[in-house]
Design a protein around this ligand. Structure first.
Ligand code: CUA
Length: 345
C-alpha cells in the first residue's frame, strides 16, 4: 500500500496541479481525436476477436485429431482448401479492405495537404488561412497569433484556443524535427525544418489539455510539454486582447528595480518584452509571462522559487537547455527581477 501510494501520489499531484485532463488518446475532446480513437478501438476489438477465433479453431483441430505428426502421415495434400480460401484469403481481404478505406476516410478529414496546396498557390480561401503559427524549438514552443496583422502577438508553450470551433494552425521548426501532439484533440503532426505543415484543432469542451512533443529532438525532448487551454470564445477573446497589450509597467519599488535589473542584465539579448527595449528572439517572449501557468515549457510551476531557480541555474532543472546560468545578480536584485516578471500579467 505504502509503495503504491508513493508511486501514485506524484502522478496525482501532476494531474491535479494543472487541473488538466488526462493525456490519453482514449480521453477525446475533439472530432479528430474521436475519429482516430473510433478507428483504433474498432481495429483492436476486431483483432482480439480474430485471435480468439484462431485459438478456438486450433483447439478444435487438436481435439478432433489428436496424436503426433507421424500418425497423420502422409499429409492429406488436398484437404482444407476451402478453409484456406475463406479463412486465409477472403475474410482477411474483406477485413483489411474495410480498415484501409476507413483509414483513408480518416485521413481525408485532416486538412494538412489541402491547406498546404492552397497556401502555396496564394489561394484566397480564407478558411485555410492559419490562425496560429507554432514554431518548435529545442525545447519549447513559440506561438504566434496571426489574426490581425497589425496586432499580432507571440507567446510560448501555453496555447490558448477558442472551444467549439476549428482553429487552423501552421507548424514550422526552427532547428530539428519536432512533433505536435495533444492526444485528447488530434493525432501527431511533425514540425519539419524548411517545410510547413498544418493541423486543424477543435476542442468540443473548454478545458486544459496536456500535450507533448512526440518526435525525439534531443536531450530535453521528454520535457517539451504543451499546455493547450481551450476557452469559451468570449474568455478567449478577452485573453487575446490582454496578450495584445504591451508589458505592464511596474508599480511597486521592488518591481521598478527589477525592470532596471532586467534591462541592465543579459535577459533582453534573448527575450522580448513588448513595450520596453527588450527584443531578443532566441528565447520565449516574456511580455505576459506571469499570465502563464508554468515555466520551462510547462515543466515547473510559475512561482517565485522556480523563476529564481530557472534564472540562476536552469541547467539543474532542465540539463542541456539553452538558458544559461545567470549568476551576476545578488539576492536583492534577483528578488526584484522576479517581482518584475511576476507582474507581467
Ligand atoms: Cu521537440 Cu521532441
Amino acid at each position: 500500500m505504502g509503495r503504491t501510494a508513493k508511486f501514485i501520489s506524484p502522478l496525482l499531484t501532476v494531474f491535479l496541479a494543472g487541473c488538466a485532463t488526462l493525456q490519453s488518446t482514449s480521453n477525446t475532446h475533439g472530432p479528430a481525436a474521436r475519429n482516430i480513437a473510433r478507428l483504433s478501438h474498432s481495429m483492436s476489438i476486431t483483432f482480439v476477436i480474430t485471435i480468439l477465433v484462431m485459438w478456438a479453431l486450433l483447439a478444435i483441430a487438436l481435439k478432433k485429431n489428436p496424436g503426433d505428426l507421424k500418425e497423420h502421415m502422409p499429409i492429406d495434400v488436398g484437404g482444407g482448401q476451402t478453409w484456406v480460401a475463406i479463412g486465409g484469403i477472403a475474410i482477411p481481404l474483406l477485413v483489411l479492405s474495410v480498415f484501409f478505406f476507413l483509414g483513408l476516410d480518416l485521413l481525408a478529414g485532416f486538412p494538412i495537404h489541402g491547406d498546404h496546396g492552397a497556401m502555396d498557390m496564394g489561394s484566397m480561401a480564407s478558411k485555410s488561412k492559419p490562425d496560429i503559427l507554432i514554431v518548435g524549438h529545442q525545447w519549447w514552443w513559440e506561438v504566434h497569433y496571426l489574426g490581425d496583422p497589425n496586432r499580432q502577438v507571440v507567446t510560448a508553450n501555453e496555447i490558448h484556443i477558442p472551444a467549439h470551433r476549428p482553429v487552423n494552425i501552421e507548424l514550422r521548426a526552427a532547428d530539428v524535427i519536432h512533433s505536435f501532439w495533444v492526444p485528447s484533440l488530434h493525432g501527431k503532426v511533425d514540425l519539419l525544418p524548411g517545410n510547413v505543415n498544418f493541423i486543424r484543432l477543435e476542442a468540443t469542451d473548454p478545458g486544459n489539455y496536456i500535450g507533448q512533443c512526440a518526435e525525439y529532438c534531443g536531450k530535453q525532448h521528454a520535457n517539451m510539454h504543451i499546455l493547450l487551454v481551450a476557452q469559451e470564445p468570449a474568455a478567449f477573446d478577452e485573453w487575446l486582447a490582454n496578450q495584445r497589450k504591451p508589458a505592464a509597467e511596474p508599480s511597486t519599488p521592488d518591481a521598478v528595480a527589477g525592470k532596471e535589473a532586467f534591462l541592465a542584465g543579459p535577459c533582453s539579448r534573448c527575450h522580448t518584452v513588448r513595450g520596453i527595449p527588450a527584443a531578443g528572439q532566441f528565447g520565449p517572449d516574456l511580455t505576459h509571462i506571469a499570465s502563464r501557468q508554468q515555466i520551462g515549457s510547462d515543466s515547473f510551476p510559475n512561482n517565485n522559487a522556480y523563476l529564481e531557480g530557472w534564472i540562476t541555474n536552469a541547467q539543474s532543472l532542465k540539463p542541456g537547455c539553452k538558458m544559461p546560468a545567470i549568476t551576476q545578480y545578488n539576492g536583492t536584485q534577483l528578488r526584484s527581477l522576479t517581482a518584475y516578471l511576476r507582474q507581467l500579467k
